[in-house]
Ligand binder design. Structure first.
Ligand code: AMP
Ligand code: MN
Ligand code: MN
Ligand code: MN
Length: 286
């Protein structure tokens, strides 16, 4: 019986290098304490934490795969594509991520303008206080500021009332194309993974198009078990993985002890009958 699906792999989480609140070292320690055997740090549009994460994983005796989570615009929606096991020194990946980060400061100023119109002033400067990487100001940092000043009780409420489509602090943004994001990861020797597919507001036709085009561009895996999926959604995407011959990934999407409901290493194992993404990446594990 092949039991390669029985591995405590956590291949999706965020540090202060993007919108998490812990350092790569603190995350590695937490992952190890949570029983994680194979770990990846997947900061949004950024690989600046990779060397620290790999070193910290090694000192915890944990396997490590390089990681990132690229913001993509597909069919008018933001889709996230995780990359795993790539060469972090690859030039086209580095330049692609740099370009993807590029519009964030301007977008943040516009978000603050939108919030000022509904009486919330100083949001740009306020969000910046929570930013660990000036290149990567995200909606999450605005959410933390709005909680701090008492506008909302938690970050979920901020997203619901202020930071999602149609709300005062939402600014439409064009991220990378699906083709480019998958291409950068693949050219750098990594595997591209559709992150938390149940989170997108696609019609069945649009979802089919996402999976079809993702495969066409060289994508090879999908997150099945993630902190963003219910048990039922995990089963749905296990079926999708089989239908599209994609490998399956597993990751908490942990951001912060105060905000994340799924801690590192606590997810159920991958369901049987799937090819785990780490099977494709055996020689890339550090
Ligand atoms: P951005 O890349 O700036 O658009 O920010 C996206 C990030 O916001 C995601 O990676 C999540 O960490 C966070 N996020 C998105 N939606 C929500 C939500 N409803 N509640 C809490 N955090 C959210
Ligand atoms: Mn995030
Ligand atoms: Mn995501
Ligand atoms: Mn994420």
């Amino acid at each position: 019986m092949n039991a390669h699906n029985i591995l405590n792999a956590d291949l999706h989480c965020h540090s202060v290098v993007s919108d998490g609140t812990l350092t790569p070292e603190a995350l590695a320690e937490r992952a190890s304490r949570g029983g994680v055997e194979l770990w990846a740090l997947t900061d949004h549009d950024e690989i600046g934490g990779q060397k620290r994460a790999a070193a910290a994983a090694s000192s915890q005796g944990m396997g490590y795969l390089t990681g990132t989570e690229i913001s993509v615009t597909f069919a008018g929606e933001t889709v996230h594509i995780v990359g795993l096991g790539f060469d972090p020194d690859n030039e086209s990946l580095r330049l692609g991520l740099q370009a993807t980060r590029g519009g964030r400061s301007q977008r943040a100023q516009e978000m603050a303008d939108g919030l000022a119109k509904v009486g919330i002033s100083g949001a740009y400067e306020g969000a910046l206080k929570f930013v660990g990487n000036p290149d990567l100001v995200s909606r999450t940092h605005f959410a933390r500021f709005l909680v701090e000043v008492g506008v909302c009780k938690d970050t979920n409420e901020v997203f619901r009332k202020y930071l999602t489509e149609g709300k005062p602090g939402f600014v439409p943004h064009r991220w990378a194309t699906l083709k480019n994001a998958v291409g950068w990861i693949t050219e750098a020797g990594g595997v591209a993974v559709i992150a938390h597919p149940a989170r997108y507001k696609f019609t069945p036709n649009e979802e089919y198009a996402l999976f079809t085009e993702f495969k066409l561009h060289g994508g090879r895996a999908v997150e099945v078990v993630t902190g963003s999926h219910s048990a039922q959604e995990a089963l749905k995407y296990a079926d999708m993985a089989k239908e599209f011959s994609l490998a399956a990934s597993r990751g908490s999407d942990f951001h912060s002890p105060d905000e994340s409901h799924t801690d590192l290493g606590t997810l159920p194992y991958l369901p049987g009958g799937l090819i785990p993404v780490w099977e494709l990446l055996q020689e890339r594990i550090q």
